[in-house]
Design a protein around this ligand. Structure first.
Ligand SMILES: Nc1ncnc2c1ncn2[C@@H]1O[C@H](COP(=O)(O)OP(=O)(O)OP(=O)(O)O)[C@@H](O)[C@H]1O
Length: 311
């Protein structure tokens, strides 16, 4: 099967600065793929290269097998793009905006309204279809952006920070929508700084660092690779000097305490038994002892600690 994205040595320089540095990346059909990394790591520039909106300085990218610079129409027909600030005509209604872009996209007049109605319903904007977009919240604009991709019936959606500036409920709604699109067969590539959200929807992620995809894979594989047996246990104990006691347990690598008195114990393995025994034997009581699997958050923090340390 032809990969959705196949970048080899993809490079973009702006003068002396290298925004994307010999990027090798393959994204397969059906994935929800997350592009992560700090500000300036090269995520947006990579997206612009995938879309043929900027020319590589070296290397190449194929999108569904096409060269986005030489065959831009073939790519545009199949790939939808939702930039971080979606541009609509504010004085037009939601329906008029969709009609305008659908006509530009060459969709037959007879198909226009049924497709637009279906898309507006999917993103729950049917009730406001005839309201000017000027009155829309950011969440509604994002959903209208997704409706545009649905009208276009694209195979691939590239979303640049789709939940930036959304409240928690709008974020959740957008995530559910992304999940549904993926289950229906759309490949979704998104960039984001919200690690929980990325972990919730993405099948694989790439951690960008200085224009390269430093780590690529499923979150669980990356956790094994970056963290090894690393475990975090949260402990709340009373009636003993818990922090000092736990610091003496073999395998504990770091302890920090929150303002509310919860101790966060980092270790190279699951130490819940030893922690419980230590507190009880010292005459203390335990009101919390929870150990969570390593999350994307931990992978991200650890990875960037490692690369910054190595630099
Ligand atoms: N048009 C441009 N001219 C000059 N430099 C640019 C241009 N666009 C991006 N850059 C630089 O390229 C680097 C990568 O930027 P890019 O926007 O791709 O990062 P990003 O990972 O998307 O960051 P963010 O998370 O802030 O969106 C940055 O150092 C940025 O300043």
């Amino acid at each position: 099967m032809t990969p959705v994205i196949e970048a080899k040595g993809l490079t973009k320089r702006y003068g002396q600065a290298t925004a994307v540095d010999a990027l090798d990346l393959t994204i397969e059909a059906g994935e929800v793929f997350g592009l992560l990394g700090p500000n300036g790591a090269g995520k947006t520039t990579s997206i612009l290269l995938f879309l043929g909106l900027t020319e590589p300085s070296a290397g190449h990218v194929r999108v569904l097998g096409f060269d986005p610079l030489r065959e831009p129409l073939k790519v545009k027909r199949k790939v939808g793009y939702l930039p971080d600030a979606v541009g609509f005509y504010d004085h037009l209604t939601a329906r008029e905006n969709l009609t305008y872009t659908a006509r530009l996209g060459g969709i037959a007049t007879s198909e226009l309204q049924p497709r637009i109605d279906a898309a507006l319903s999917r993103v729950r904007l049917s009730d406001v279809a005839d309201r000017c977009v000027a009155t829309f919240s950011r969440g509604m604009r994002q959903r209208l952006g997704i409706a545009e991709l649905l009208v276009k019936a694209c195979e691939v959606a590239i979303l640049d920070e789709p939940t930036a500036g959304l409240d928690p409920q709008s974020t959740q709604e957008l995530l559910e929508l992304i999940g549904r699109l993926s289950r229906e067969g759309m490949t979704v590539i998104l960039s984001s700084h919200l690690l929980n959200m990325v972990e919730a929807v993405c099948s694989r992620v790439a951690l960008f660092h200085r224009g390269k995809a430093g780590l690529v894979g499923r979150v669980s594989d990356l956790a094994r690779q970056v963290l090894g047996g690393f475990r975090v246990t949260e402990v709340e104990a009373q009636g003993c000097q818990a922090e000092a006691l736990l610091g003496r347990i073999a395998g504990v690598t770091r302890i920090s305490s929150s303002a509310s008195g919860v101790l966060r114990v980092e270790a190279d393995r699951d130490l819940r038994n030893d922690i419980a025994k230590t507190i009880i034997q010292a005459g203390g009581t335990l009101s919390r002892l929870s150990s969570e699997r390593s999350s994307l958050d931990e992978v991200y923090v650890r990875y960037f600690e490692q690369v910054t340390h190595a630099a």
